[in-house]
Design a protein around this ligand. Structure first.
Ligand SMILES: Nc1ncnc2c1ncn2[C@@H]1O[C@H](COP(=O)(O)OP(=O)(O)OP(=O)(O)O)[C@@H](O)[C@H]1O
Length: 375
């Protein structure tokens, strides 16, 4: 069993105005709300890491994601996601800037560096990139693939049917595909419909590897097995209370439109995600049925939440006073997520040849043991 690693990152403030003198203070791995310099009771939260406004993406990657990426190359499923309100720093954390590349860029580079170091194994890497917008899954690598269904099978588990998967050989190829996906994400966007910041995105990499054929066919090791791991890097938009109020207001006045639809659907995905996190954080027998199937986001992220994956969550928050309620909501979500444990194991499939080799080896060991006993 392994706990989900949860961190909070505070982005730099947009302006210096003080308002009522209420502010967030970061000390080591704790973030607390202060009023005129005095801590406010019940508004202090501790996490695996709390990153202040001066923290770089490089540090976030090293402390929160690097181990997951390295484990993915060795056959463990991994997930890293950024969760936060609009303009809290999700994109900055995941995509980064020219001077300080984000988690996705660093992860992709790191994976290929690691693979090059594993001269004993052959790798096959496939990537896909999707968004969930209004409870529809759209392919960001192929614009014609819209509203894709989720299917489930014994071999593949839960998967998005018809999603384009591209085989890639270099980090540059992957980064180009992501770039293409970003362009598609912004396609058709207008001021009224700022879709890119109202959708959840999931970038997925499937890393398959097997040991290279060695000269000695009689020796067997776990290298004979095929390892398949899935890495998911995701951005989850946490709807602002202000936006929610906005969509409710529209509903009350009887007006419809894009905004209202978005409100309803994003709200649903997030509500279910909240429910799943709540149930999982209860732990033990109390937790009962986990409603993964109630939203597309939770179905896709199921392995990351209480399943077979190493998971880290970075919750991004805005420091301004006007966002205090949103920030509290994000911190409460993060506190619950911290209590979730996953059951992580390497994903190995033994080929027939590898099985035969293993059996031969076991028989040989048994024969030798018997001989010793007889002597
Ligand atoms: N840690 C940081 N350091 C410097 N600038 C940051 C940091 N985090 C965020 N910013 C800046 O704050 C602004 C908002 O951040 P960003 O676009 O990443 O938010 P977001 O959560 O992705 O928003 P949305 O949900 O609307 O897409 C951007 O101008 C970004 O460059």
């Amino acid at each position: 069993m392994e706990k989900i690693c949860v961190a909070v990152r505070v982005r730099p403030a947009n302006n210096e105005e003080n308002g009522n003198g209420t502010s967030w203070k970061v000390e080591d791995n704790r973030i607390s709300l202060h009023a005129l310099g005095t801590p406010i009771a019940g508004a202090s939260y501790a996490f695996d890491h709390v990153f202040d406004q001066d923290c770089t993406n490089s540090r976030v990657y090293d402390l929160l994601t690097k181990d997951i990426i390295h484990a993915a190359v060795e056959g463990f499923n991994g997930t890293a996601f950024a969760y936060g309100q609009t303009s809290s720093g999700k994109t900055y954390t995941m995509n980064g800037s020219d001077n300080d590349p984000g988690i996705i860029h660093r992860a992709v580079k790191d994976i290929f560096t690691k693979i090059q170091m594993r001269a004993d194994r052959e790798f096959l890497i496939r990537v896909s990139y999707m968004e969930i917008y209004n409870e529809d899954i759209n392919d960001l690598l192929a614009v014609e693939n819209q509203k894709l269904p989720i299917h489930e099978s014994l071999e593949r588990g839960v998967f998005v049917a018809g999603l384009r998967e591209e085989i890639v050989n270099t980090a540059e190829q992957v980064l180009e595909l992501i770039q293409r996906g970003e362009v598609n994400r912004h396609f058709g966007e207008t001021n009224m419909n700022v879709r890119s910041s109202r959708s959840h995105t999931i970038f997925r990499m499937v890393i398959e590897s097997k040991g290279k054929d060695t000269c000695n066919a009689d020796t067997s090791s776990s290298d004979d097995a095929i390892r398949v791991s899935v890495l998911r890097l995701s951005m989850i938009w946490h709807q602002n209370l202000v936006d929610l109020a906005g969509s409710e207001r529209i509903a009350k006045t009887g007006a419809g439109g894009v905004r209202l639809k978005e409100g309803k659907h994003i709200n649903k995905s997030l509500m279910v995600l909240g429910n799943v996190i709540n149930k999982l954080s209860e732990g033990g027998r109390q937790r009962g049925h986990i409603p993964y199937r109630d939203s597309k986001l939770t179905r896709i992220l199921q392995p990351a939440l209480g399943g077979n994956a190493k998971t880290s969550i970075i919750c991004t928050v805005a420091p301004e006073e006007v966002h205090i309620e949103e920030t509290k909501g994000t911190l409460q979500f993060a506190s619950r997520a911290k209590r979730i444990t996953n059951c992580v194991q390497v994903n190995e499939i033994l080929t027939d040849a590898a099985l035969l080799k293993r059996q031969k080896l076991e028989i040989e060991e048994l024969r030798q043991k018997l001989q010793v006993t007889l002597i």
